[in-house]
Design a binder for this molecule. Structure first.
Ligand code: GLC
Length: 609
């Protein structure tokens, strides 16, 4: 008698898991139910196999953590636990170096660590690692896959979650999938998108918006041999879809095998102990002729299926949407409570509006941003930030402020006429150029008397918003721009705000010495105040205060008892604020009532009961 061994893997008997399976299947059917010459049933059997293999390979430690997290869905958004984002080489040299720096992260009460891309990139320019040549290997300059497992384990023991980039929209042209596709290997057929004539390219392009209009204009790159039957025909080729740089080839998610390949990448990383995945450029995953090819339903179906299947393998894993779009396009990436997509998304609306408000010396634009950001489902969490490794793109505020107003902000931060020391990056015709610079430089820390106060103010606002605050490496020590950024990186001005960590300054900061000590201590204080604030884990969304005065940015969050008010003076003059109810100044514990003076560029948190 032949006995088939039981297949280890997802339990498809009636259980909460089966709902996730159905959710994934429903989304995948919309995407792949009618692909000509393709059996949907066979595809779903493949999905089940990939899931079963990954489940069988999941370690006991991780399974134990999965069980804990089933009842601790908010593990990544504990009060006062910021995220910290850094390039591995700039922060600590290597992954092993990152392990050695865990105590530093703990000093800031960090709850999530997001090292920027660390998988093996292409040689030469790799867009800061966002052109991945091998999803199965770590960049050899940073370490090995075992080092990644060790980092995940060490962070786990320190109660810090590890979030990695999954560059899911594209690969480097050197990636084995891309080279296999180019060589005509049937395993990679249709992995990428080629248009074979200029007229067709023009028809698609008419609706697309360039991401890098100055450094990599257009969305297609001529590649010899691409899309040609029987590769190697001299001079023949096609236009490969390259939304970003010419060496970053967009994957073709209309091909179900691409979905499977990326699912496998997610599962491999999840089984290495990675807790969260930053879905890079998630808005771009689906293309349809005659559309802008961003935020399409297909992209949402892909994320819905990723989320549901990941929940089956690794309940409690975190999906972070990198959708730098108008908030009306970002919110749908949370999905709905029954068909969840991402658990967290960058709050780029609040981020850009905060810098715009600082430039205008008026909090009005921030009110509008808050109203937009509050319109999200309850299960979605904002990742609030002042700076990240990318430029500040004003276009996200297009629904609130026109191009003329946006251009004034660019001039403010990059025109050399204010306290700010930023640089303009690039812009599409008629639009305002985006801005680059470290937060400290944009706040004028080097030369302006109020620079440091401004930086503290910016972070006081970020920490008080609903969601998880993020520290961008170096901001906690008021690190300024990398003056030598152009060497090796021009014309990509984003490297202006990607300096190497100044560990001498960090040492002083930890010893609470000098200006770096002041901002470091301030961030620690903000985090400790939130940890101690009764009921903060149940605080409501940040909403504008109707009685706000022009130069005072203000918002309130309902608490089970009373409200948390965040007030920030965006001017160089004292401002009087009038409290309606008696309140406690959360920074120094003093009781406040009635009229209170807010000095220039100071922020205040009060607990009103
Ligand atoms: C994301 C990254 C950015 C990169 C782009 C292309 O937007 O944050 O740095 O250039 O994706 O991968």
């Amino acid at each position: 008698m032949c006995v088939t061994p039981p297949v280890a893997g997802p339990d498809l008997s009636p259980s909460p898991d089966i709902d996730h399976w159905y959710t994934a299947r429903e989304a995948l059917r919309r995407l792949y139910g009618d692909v000509p010459g393709h059996s949907f049933a066979a595809f779903m059997a493949e999905v089940a196999r990939v899931l079963a293999d990954a489940s069988a390979a999941r370690s006991r430690d991780l399974t134990a953590r999965d069980i804990r997290r089933r009842n601790d869905a908010d593990w990544f958004s504990r009060p006062g636990r910021p995220a910290y984002s850094a390039y591995v080489d700039k922060f600590a040299g290597t992954l092993k170096g990152c392990i050695a720096r865990i105590p530093y992260l703990q000093d800031l009460n960090v709850g999530l660590f997001h090292p920027l891309p660390l998988l093996k990139p292409r040689d030469g320019d790799s867009d800061g690692g966002f052109a991945v040549a091998d999803f199965g290997a770590v960049d050899p300059k940073l370490g090995t896959f075992d080092d990644l497992r060790d980092l995940a384990g060490a962070l786990r023991r320190a109660d810090i979650g590890l979030v990695l980039d999954v560059v899911c929209n594209h690969t480097a042209e050197e990636h084995a999938w891309a080279q296999g596709w180019l060589a005509g290997d049937p395993a990679y057929a249709d992995f990428y998108i080629t248009l074979d004539d200029e007229a067709e390219m023009a028809a698609w392009s008419a609706h697309l918006v360039d991401v890098f209009p100055a450094t990599a204009p257009g969305s297609f790159t001529w590649v010899e041999g691409a899309g040609v039957e029987g590769a190697g025909v001299e001079g023949a080729g096609g236009w490969v879809w390259t939304t970003f740089n010419p060496y970053q080839w967009d994957l073709n998610y209309a091909n179900p095998r691409v979905f499977l390949a990326m699912l496998d990448v997610l599962f491999t990383l999840a089984n290495a102990g990675v807790d969260g995945f930053r879905l890079d450029s998630v808005a771009y995953l689906w293309k349809a002729k005659g559309t802008i090819c961003r935020n399409l339903d297909g992209a949402h179906d892909i994320v819905t299926a990723f989320r549901a299947l990941l929940t089956m393998l690794a309940p409690g894993s975190l999906l972070l949407a990198e959708a730098i779009e108008d908030v009306r396009h970002v919110v749908p990436f949370f999905g709905d409570p029954l068909r969840r997509q991402c658990d967290m998304a960058y709050n780029n609306t609040a981020m850009t509006a905060l810098w715009a408000a600082v430039a205008e010396g008026d909090g009005a634009i921030f009110d509008a941003a808050l109203t937009g950001a509050a319109d999200k489902p309850e299960h979605g969490t904002w990742l609030n930030y002042a700076r990240c490794h990318d430029d500040i793109i004003w276009g996200a505020l297009g629904g609130i402020a026109d191009a003329t107003r946006q251009k004034r902000w660019t001039k403010f931060y990059a025109g050399g006429e204010s306290f700010a020391e930023g640089l303009a990056f690039q812009a599409n015709a008629g639009a305002a150029a985006s801005v680059c610079g470290m937060a400290a430089s944009l706040c004028g820390v080097a030369d302006d008397a109020f620079g440091l106060d401004r930086l503290k103010l910016v972070y006081s606002v970020v920490y008080a918003l609903d969601g998880v605050p993020m520290i961008y490496m170096g901001d906690e020590i008021a690190q300024t721009n990398d003056a030598a950024f152009a060497i090796g990186h021009e014309p990509d001005v984003r490297w202006l705000h990607r300096p190497a960590m100044d560990w001498r300054a960090a040492g002083q900061a930890q010893a609470e010495d000098g200006p770096q000590g002041e901002i470091f201590a301030h961030l620690r204080m903000l985090s400790e105040v939130l940890m101690a604030l009764p009921g903060y884990d149940a605080a409501g969304p940040a909403l504008p205060l109707p009685s706000r005065d022009g130069p005072v940015l203000a918002f309130a969050r309902a608490l089970p008892k009373g409200r948390l008010l965040c007030l920030a003076n965006l001017s160089g003059e004292n401002q009087t604020i009038r409290l309606i109810k008696p309140a406690t100044d959360l920074f120094d514990g003093l009781r406040l009532a009635g009229a209170t003076m807010l000095p220039p560029w100071q922020a205040l948190w009060v607990h009103e009961i």
